[in-house]
Each structure stands twice: as C-alpha cells, then as structure tokens.
Design a protein around this ligand. Structure first.
Ligand code: NAD
Length: 495
C-alpha cells in the first residue's frame, strides 16, 4: 500500500445480520479512483465463508420478514427513501470515486432512485392473487408468496441503480437479501447498508458482502439456501451462472449486455435525432447496457450525420468527474480502458473509417486516469467486431442503410435485444418498425427514457425477466394455487 493509505477513508466491514463485521475469508483492498488511477478508499471484499454467514442471516430473517404485513414493509421502504434522499450528496461522490461517472450524473440517477424506492414501497401491499371461477363445489384462488432468500449480484457501471431495482422489489415482495457489489465498486452498497440500518429494517433482512465474482459471487449462485439470484452484468457471466446454479435449479433474473441500434430515418427531425444519438453514444462514457452504440443512418442523410458526429465530438468536455461542467469522465477501470482501446484498434483493422477520437487522453491533468476520447467510426459494416460486441466505451459506429427493411434487418442482426431507438416523423413507420424490433425497450423520437413504472429487460441474450413497472415484484414471488372443496366429498375409487 502507498504511504498515504493511512489517510484514506476506511470502509472495513461487511454488513451481515444487522452488524458490521470483519471479513473472515476476504481481504481489505484499495479501491481505485479511475479519474486519478490512485486509491481513494479502503474497502472490504468478503469470501465464500462471508457469503455463507450472510445467507444464514438472511434465511433466519426470512420467516418473520415474509409474514410482516405489506404496509409495514412499505413504511420501512419509505423511511429508507427519505434517508436515501438526504444522503444523495455523499452517495454521488462515493459512487463517482468508485466508477468514474460524473458526480452530477450520479446525483440525477440517485434522485430518481428515491422515486424508485417509493414506487416499490407502494407495491409492497399489492401482491394480490386471483379467484378462479369453477363451480359451487370448489373455491380456487391464488396467493403470491415471496420466493425466499435472494442473492443480488451487481455490476460496476451503475452500482446503486442496479442495487435499488433489486433491493426495493425484493424487500417489498417479502424476500430477504444478500447483495454482492462488484469488486471494483464495493463502497456505495455499504453506505446503503448504513441507511437500511438507520431505517430500522430487522437484522438479516438486508446484508452486503462486496467480493470477487469467482469467489463470493459464485458461492452465492451455488449456495443451496439461496432461492433466487437477480443479476445485472455481462451475458458471459450469466451463462456461467446458469451452469453453476444448475444443481440447485436456481431461479434467475438477468439484466445483461446490449448493442442497441439507434435508427435515424431521413424523414426525422434530424437536429433532435443527432442530439439523442450523440448523447447516447458517449453518455456515461459509453458504460451503459442501454446506450445506442450502433447508429443506423439512412443513406441520404449519412454524410450529414457523420459530419455532425465529428463536430459534436469536438464539443465534448472530457475531464474530472467532480467538475459539473464536464460531459464525460474516465472509463471505470484499467481493464475497461484496455478493452475500449483494443476495440478501436479492431475497428481500424476491420476497415472502418476512424472519423474522430480513438486515443487515450494524455494531458497532464488526465494522463493518470483512464480517459479516452469520444470516438466515431464511419463506414461500419454490421459484421465488424465494433458493431457486434459490446464495447462499453464511448465509441459510436455509424452504419448506413437503405429503407425500412434493411434498417430492421441490421437492427436485429445481433445476439442482443435490450434497447433500441428510432427517429421518424412518419407515425405509421414508427409503429411498423418498432413492432418488428427484437428488443425489450424501443424508444421513438427519444432515447434512454426510463422510469420506475416502465418495465425494463432484454430479449435474446440481453436477459431473462423484467425489472420495474407495476409487475416489478413478480420475479420475487411464487404463485400458490389453493383449491378448497366446499363439500369435502371425495369418492372411494376402489369399490
Ligand atoms: P460482470 O458480469 O463481469 O460482473 C458483474 C457482477 O458479477 C460483478 O459483481 C462480478 O463480481 C460478478 N461476477 C463475475 N463473475 C461471476 C461468477 N462467476 N459468479 C458470480 N458472480 C460473478 O459484468 P460487469 O463488467 O461488472 O458489468 C458490465 C456488464 O453489465 C455489461 O455487459 C452491461 O451491459 C451489463 N449491464 C446490464 C444492465 C441491464 O440492465 N441489462 C445494466 C447494467 C449493466
């Protein structure tokens, strides 16, 4: 550790069973600030035995929590929402130190997350069943019961948002949780645990064990006493989880990768379309599953759009994430920076035209961080690696097309199916095209519009199940059908 590590903020404990405990088979690590390349905090990473302790606590807490009336769970979630709102300035800075996104972007996301917690609170007493009409001899009905202990496995690109979507829904449904944040963003969920504690949730209902994927994460997936894993992360990791969870027939909800098509038809409001397409190429330094990294442009406006991207890239202020005037921060860690730079190289090797950007930023202020220029490739073919793979960097691939059918064919020619955007003034085309796109979320004449009330999740390799919406608790509930005879008569079959 460097000499000044004694001065760093220290988050040394895991949160298990309502207590702050030292990892028993984990370690303390320096969490690196991607803007400076230097440690900004000391954080705990737990191991498999820490996960075991947390699962045991969650299991013990489950019976009482699951039987607590929904309106009482709702009251606790509302208290958490209030505490969360008060902690936004602190959380935004911590989240930015951990993953490099702009503090102001985190503030906006955290402000929305308050509404998310309120939304989940409002659903907590509405997990209603149905009555099923049969005849007078039986009364048949369904009840919704919590699935049990949930493992929530969280990625580094939007840690508190991904945590909120799982924690809010699972707690509202009556499940207990073990949250495992990513190894490179371990801190913010521990601060959330402090708020959960202050809100007065019973011990064991909510536990946090940051840790490595292959140790802590895998244990959560394999653990026989974890009923369900809700995971946001890469498609490759999800495939592995399905195999690791097979022996226990683990239930999964998956929010996975994307390679969204953002389609610009020539009849669109081009200025707004370009605003959205450039924003969605570079926002969050390209580190979001939903962003439109494949920009499909109708050929008659292609040159104009390429020029607009070139000009707009020059206007992007890349810089330190705590300066509100900046537009783009660093990549979240060294591996992600390396990945982005590799894909920029693949783009050149595969014959795409590098319009602008493409380099790591080496100014004195930014050279130690993981900053990369906003990058634009033109002349991209959908078969190139930059168009096929999720890069997770600020790299836009501009792909020309002719007509609706070709736009749809290119849009759907991907293993992913999370989000898509299209711009047109023709309302008929908006319906025709959006209904043929294989994606869980299609935006027309807007992009990245997301609310607690809008179901979110992927087709194809982008996921299983949905988060948000009026049915947000579904992934955390089982349905029990009860059939009661009103007569109690049962014939002897063996006369
Ligand atoms: P990742 O899959 O590498 O890691 C995500 C989490 O899984 C981390 O906590 C990690 O420790 C854990 N993990 C890794 N291997 C594991 C294993 N074998 N068993 C159990 N846990 C394991 O993903 P990432 O690089 O952190 O996140 C980026 C990915 O997340 C991108 O693909 C992105 O598209 C996706 N993402 C999807 C959504 C969505 O809503 N669909 C949202 C955000 C991010």
């Amino acid at each position: 550790m460097p000499q000044d590590s004694a001065l760093l903020p220290r988050y040394e404990h895991l949160y298990i069973n309502g207590e702050w405990v030292t990892p028993i088979d984990g370690e303390l690590v320096e969490s690196i600030d991607p803007a400076t390349g230097r440690p900004w905090a000391i954080a705990p990473l737990g191991g498999a035995r820490d996960i075991d302790r947390a699962v045991e606590a969650a299991r013990r807490a489950f019976p009482a929590w699951s039987r607590k009336p929904g309106h009482e769970r709702a009251a606790l979630l509302r208290r958490l929402a209030d505490l969360f709102a008060a902690a936004i300035p602190e959380l935004a800075v911590i989240e930015s130190h951990d993953n490099g996104n702009l503090v102001r972007e985190h503030r906006a996301s955290l402000t929305a997350q308050v509404q998310w917690y309120q939304w989940f609170a409002s659903l907590a007493d509405k997990a209603q069943g149905t009555t099923i009409p049969i005849d007078d001899s039986v009364h048949a009905f369904t009840t919704r019961v919590p699935v049990g202990v949930v493992g929530a496995i969280i990625p580094w690109n939007a840690p508190l948002l991904a945590t909120c979507l799982k924690v809010g829904a699972a707690l509202a449904a009556g499940c207990t949780l073990v949250v495992k944040p990513a190894e490179s963003t371990p801190v913010s969920a521990l601060v959330l645990a402090r708020l959960v504690h202050e809100a007065g949730f019973p011990p064991g209902v909510f536990n946090v064990v940051p840790g490595h994927g292959r140790t802590a994460g895998q244990r959560l997936v394999e653990h026989p006493d974890v009923d369900k894993v809700s995971f946001t992360g890469s498609t490759a990791t999800a495939r592995r989880m399905v195999r690791d969870g097979a022996d226990n027939l683990k239930r999964f909800t998956f929010e996975l990768g994307g390679k969204a098509p953002h389609i610009l038809f020539a009849d669109a409001d081009i200025d707004n379309a370009i605003n959205a397409a450039t924003a969605s190429a570079w926002r969050l330094t390209g580190q979001s599953c939903a962003l439109g990294s494949r920009v499909l442009v109708e050929r008659s406006i292609y040159d104009r759009v390429v020029e607009a991207f070139r000009e707009r890239a020059k206007a992007v202020r890349v810089g330190l994430p705590w300066i509100d005037a900046n537009h783009m921060g660093p990549q979240a860690h060294q591996q992600q920076l390396d990945k982005t730079l590799s894909y920029i190289q693949y783009g050149k090797e595969d014959g795409a035209e590098l319009v602008t950007g493409g380099r790591r930023i080496d100014t004195p202020e930014l050279a130690a961080g993981y900053f990369v220029e906003p990058t634009v490739f033109a002349g991209v073919d959908n078969g190139m690696r930059i168009a096929r793979d999720e890069i997770f960097g600020p790299v836009a691939s501009l792909i020309p097309f002719d007509g609706e059918d070709e736009a749809i064919a290119i849009a759907n020619d991907t293993p992913y199916g999370l989000t898509a955007g299209l711009w047109t003034r023709d309302v008929g085309r908006a319906h025709r095209v959006s209904s043929r796109i294989e994606a869980g979320m299609v935006w027309v004449n807007t992009y990245s519009f997301l609310r607690w009330s809008t179901p979110y999740g992927g087709f194809k390799a982008s996921g299983w199940g949905r988060e948000n919406g009026i049915d947000a608790l579904d992934p955390y509930l089982e349905t029990r059908t009860t059939v009661i005879s009103t007569t109690g008569q049962f014939p002897n079959l063996y006369v």
